[in-house]
Design a protein around this ligand. Structure first.
Ligand code: IPE
Ligand code: IPE
Ligand code: MG
Length: 240
């Protein structure tokens, strides 16, 4: 670790909204899909960088419940990239002792993609380094609604009653059960919105907006975000 990072507190959980793949490509006169391809390379590098810095959890937004609105050409290209990168990620995860988890509603994906995801999760589950969480077909509202459905089913079956409900129990029904809330949220390409990401979990997260497009994100940008995080005063509603 370099001198600059030595006195820094490394956030335990960093969440990223990787944005700007399309604009990165368009700026170069390339099709949007090439931006996504380049974005996948950046995801791979960021996993390695995060592991190197000692970050414990890295959660990236790969595909939102709203992204199905894009052209069938773009959605199809993204699905092809998932297929390809699932295999590559397994290698990266094994090499770096990374455990992979998925959040989101996987039911809408083709069977071979779901099988690839299952394999990636199964074969990395005993790794003890960074936990890399990938949000695909993920929407914060959708996650909350799916949690409520499961709670209602458990109530119907007599497993839970209204008196048992509290924030901790509710959290245990979310896709992120067992994952601590993010400490730092990074969004690239200058946009300042949540786009339906981790609505419950980001309640007290520090936000950092990076100006670069996602394919240009790198270790330097990650360190800048961590440095900004270190200058924040996290009060959680209290007084210091
Ligand atoms: C992020 O880049 C990747 C996904 C949402 C899948 P975008 O595709 O949103 O790129 P811009 O925002 O259009 O430039
Ligand atoms: C958020 O980016 C979703 C992902 C990064 C997967 P979008 O590009 O879809 O968000 P909006 O449309 O700008 O809000
Ligand atoms: Mg975008």
């Amino acid at each position: 670790m370099d001198d600059k990072m030595q006195n820094m507190v490394v956030p335990e959980h960093v969440a990223i909204i990787l944005d700007g793949n399309g604009r990165w490509a368009q700026k170069r006169g390339l099709p949007r899909n090439l931006g996504h391809k380049e974005g996948c390379v950046t995801v791979e590098k960021t996993v390695e960088d995060a592991a190197r810095l000692g970050i414990k959890y890295l959660t990236v937004y790969g595909f939102s419940t709203e992204n199905w609105k894009r052209s069938s050409d773009e959605v199809g290209a993204l699905m092809q990239l998932f297929r390809y990168y699932m295999v590559r990620l397994l290698k990266v995860a094994k090499k770096n002792n990374v455990r992979v988890k998925m959040i989101g509603d996987l039911e809408r994906f083709d069977r071979d993609i779901v099988e690839g995801i299952d394999k990636l999760v199964r074969e990395t589950r005993d790794n003890t380094g960074l936990t890399f969480v990938i949000a695909v077909n993920y929407g914060g509202r959708d996650e909350i609604v799916r949690a409520v459905k499961r709670i209602m089913q458990d109530a119907d079956n007599g497993k839970i009653s209204s008196g048992d409900m509290c924030e901790k129990v509710f959290s245990s029904y979310l896709d992120t059960a067992d994952i601590p809330d993010p400490d730092l949220l990074i969004r690239t390409s200058g946009e300042m919105r949540l786009s339906n990401y981790l609505l419950w979990q980001l309640a007290y997260t520090e936000f950092y907006i990076a100006d670069c497009y996602w394919p240009d994100f790198n270790m330097d940008e990650l360190k800048k975000a961590i440095s900004a995080y270190n200058s924040r005063d996290r009060r959680f509603g209290g007084v210091k």
